[in-house]
Design a protein around this ligand. Structure first.
Ligand SMILES: Cc1ncc(COP(=O)(O)O)c(C=O)c1O
Length: 442
């Protein structure tokens, strides 16, 4: 295992860390200095098993040779090409590959640098599309309670995580939300898709009646809500949303930042649920987390609506300096190749049963009020300490790290999403460590 070359600065104050308890961290820092395959090396030399694929993104495992070499080669050959009015071959090659991999009907790709930017891009495409086809009154966007769509203003407006919204003013106007699908009292300890809650899709009809369909541009949902703690939709729920969108001329956007690139045992969540959106948002696993990049796929119907007017004019006033950056494109191509060579995008189908049984063996462990799983993702929900929500799960996170396993917690939920190269022995280690930790925390 390679040791990291980093030395740790003795002043940690300047870096205001994202989504982090900064003061706690800086008193007792948790640093990684190297990584390989399923493991990180912590600053003290300990091996830490990655139970979360970094932040749901390192789907092929760490420091994979094809990806590392592709980045090194590309950096030496063509480091940057202007993204506007100029091109380079790899961005086009990657777009073709993504279209081949995606469900039929998603034929065009816009590049971004993150999930959050992919969300903003998708929302802007949806609004501009409606205007382009003469439906300019369709300005409303519908999201879902507990949804996570990144941290930019559009994303937090359609998102439904209160802590991410409440400090930031009035957000985008004209947004409404479907109810979330987490019915703990009815669905606790479900394996795979939970039985109850398909009727919650009909709330969409109520919202449409309230605002009138002529004011609504798009609905955005995560096929499986990830960052809020792995909320899995009941069978038929996403199909129903698709039907309602079609009935009222509303675009359906899937945010597949987590469910994309094999997390559910299929290339995308759309494949798992057999529902094709009009716009599909991806990021994270696109480059194995190695270089920031996102990709938004759209139908030809949407793309073609913009391809009108004089040919010398820009059709869509949107894009980023780094859209389709050459090094990111090279990283993404090598990532897709790694997924293909190793069958990683469907590995969740082989291992899903083992994963499910292992996770559900924690039923009855202290504090556990629900366990849920789908593909190679899972969640263990803990009873919060009265008046001190998140404290119990955070204690579990810190203790698991000390015992050599990286887990992730959101609220009082432990969320697990190992790299797709995970072996049964790693699954056992993750679950055994959590069992021990749950027995040790208050
Ligand atoms: C569903 C979803 N959308 C968007 C994002 C935002 O991605 P990023 O952090 O790359 O901006 C995330 C990140 O976890 C996500 O899970």
């Amino acid at each position: 295992m390679t040791e990291g070359s980093a030395t740790i600065p003795n002043n940690l104050d300047a870096f205001w860390m994202p989504f982090t308890a900064n003061r706690q961290f800086k008193k007792a820092p948790r640093m990684f200095v190297a990584a390989k395959d399923m493991h990180y090396t912590a600053a003290d030399g300990r091996q830490v098993l990655d139970g979360t694929a970094g932040l749901w993104c390192v789907n092929a495992g760490h420091c994979r040779p094809l990806i590392t070499e592709a980045i090194q080669r590309q950096a030496a050959e063509l480091d940057y090409a202007p993204a506007f009015q100029m091109g380079h071959p790899k961005a086009f090659e990657l777009a073709n590959r993504l279209v081949d991999l995606a469900p039929d009907g998603l034929d065009h790709v816009l590049y971004t640098n993150s999930g959050s930017e992919s969300v903003e891009t998708a929302l802007k495409v949806a609004l501009a599309y409606q205007k382009a086809i003469g439906q300019g009154s369709r300005t409303r966007l519908i999201g879902r309670e507990r949804g996570y769509h990144g941290v930019n203003f559009g994303g937090i407006s359609v998102g439904g995580i209160v802590a991410n919204r409440k400090m930031f003013g009035t957000l985008l106007a004209g947004v409404d939300h479907l109810p979330h699908t987490h019915l703990l009292s009815k669905n606790a300890f479900s394996r795979g898709e939970p039985r109850h809650g398909v009727e919650l899709a009909d709330e969409f009809e109520r919202i449409i009646t309230l605002h009138d369909a002529s004011t609504i541009a798009a609905l955005i949902v995560e096929p499986v809500a990830g960052s809020t703690g792995v909320l899995i939709p009941p069978p038929g729920y996403l199909k129903r949303l698709r039907e309602i969108c079609d009935k009222y001329g509303i675009l359906l956007i899937f945010d597949e930042v987590i469910t994309g690139y094999g997390r559910l045992g299929t290339p995308f969540g759309a494949d798992y649920f057999g529902v094709v959106p009009d716009i599909m948002i991806t990021a994270k696993g696109l480059t194995n987390g190695v270089i920031p990049m996102g990709a938004v796929l759209t139908s030809s119907k949407i793309h073609d609506a913009f391809m009108t007017g004089p040919e010398h004019l820009i059709e869509f006033f949107h894009g980023y300096t780094y859209s389709g950056n050459p090094i990111a494109s090279a990283a993404a191509l090598a990532t897709l190749e790694t997924y293909k060579q190793e069958g990683l995008l469907t590995r969740g189908q082989e291992l899903g049963g083992y994963w499910e049984n292992a996770l559900h063996s924690l039923k009855g462990a202290p504090h556990v009020i629900d366990i849920r799983n789908i593909g190679l993702v899972g969640a263990i929900e803990l009873e919060p300490i009265a008046g001190e929500s998140t404290k119990r799960a955070f204690a579990a996170f810190v203790k698991a790290f000390e015992k050599g396993v990286l887990i992730r917690t959101t609220g009082d939920i432990i969320a697990l999403s190992p790299p797709l190269i995970v072996e049964k022995s790693h699954i056992d280690q993750i679950v055994d460590t959590i069992r021990t930790v749950l027995g040790e925390i208050d």
